[in-house]
Design a protein around this ligand. Structure first.
Ligand code: 5GP
Length: 192
């Protein structure tokens, strides 16, 4: 019997406001073999966000329990909220024979790397820092303080770009999606 293809893990990072969500939505629409890993978070849902699709929204106590039980592959505090990747998300993708995509912050990506988990690390960068600041400013959901702390975090995250295997500049959506698709194709070819 032929062996099932290995399930790949893609770790996608990039500063807040870089357009990761739109980019990934396009990527998932074009590639049904990819599966989004739904993170756990203590932040409250934004309008339109759906429990179990965008995040598993939990309180501090539930997050603590997941950490204590070793249920999270990685976890981090971002902008005063906690976020983590349930191991079950990665395992489910594997069982389904799909490739798993983690959309997480840089601290989490470093933990995945330090754990020696085989993964492809991709950084999404803005065409220039001013574009990023403008996008963050335009986000209606952010308060002024939130904006400033997100901007500072985004600037810190940009410094991590060099260690990523791949960097995709999100200037034009279509080109950026193509670049991501190419990376996924190359990884699959290499995994055979
Ligand atoms: P947001 O609150 O805007 O949805 O996400 C804030 C940041 O948390 C983003 O950089 C996002 O990539 C990151 N994030 C989302 N899920 C996880 C996770 O499971 N682990 C870590 N470390 N970061 C996450």
């Amino acid at each position: 019997m032929a062996e099932a293809p290995r399930s790949l893990l893609f770790v996608i990072c990039g500063p807040s406001g870089v357009g990761k969500t739109t980019l990934l939505r396009e990527l998932f629409a074009r590639d049904p073999r990819l599966r989004f890993s739904v993170s756990m978070t203590t932040r409250t849902p934004r309008p339109g966000e759906v429990e179990g699709e965008d995040y598993h929204f939990v309180d501090e106590a539930a997050f603590d329990r997941a950490v204590a039980a070793g249920e999270l592959l990685e976890h981090a505090v971002y902008n005063n909220h906690r976020y983590g990747t349930p191991r079950s998300e990665v395992e489910r993708a594997r069982r389904l024979g799909r490739d798993c995509v983690l959309e997480i912050d840089v601290q989490g990506a470093k933990q995945v790397r330090a754990a020696g988990v085989a993964a492809c690390f991709i950084f999404i960068a803005p065409p220039d820092p001013a574009v990023l600041a403008e996008r963050l400013r335009q986000r209606a959901t952010e308060t002024r303080q939130d904006f400033e702390s997100r901007l500072a975090t985004a600037q810190r995250e940009m410094l991590e770009r060099p260690w990523f295997e791949h960097c995709v500049v999100n200037d034009q959506l279509e080109l950026a999606v193509h670049a991501l698709q190419q990376i996924v194709r190359d990884e699959r070819r290499g995994a055979k």
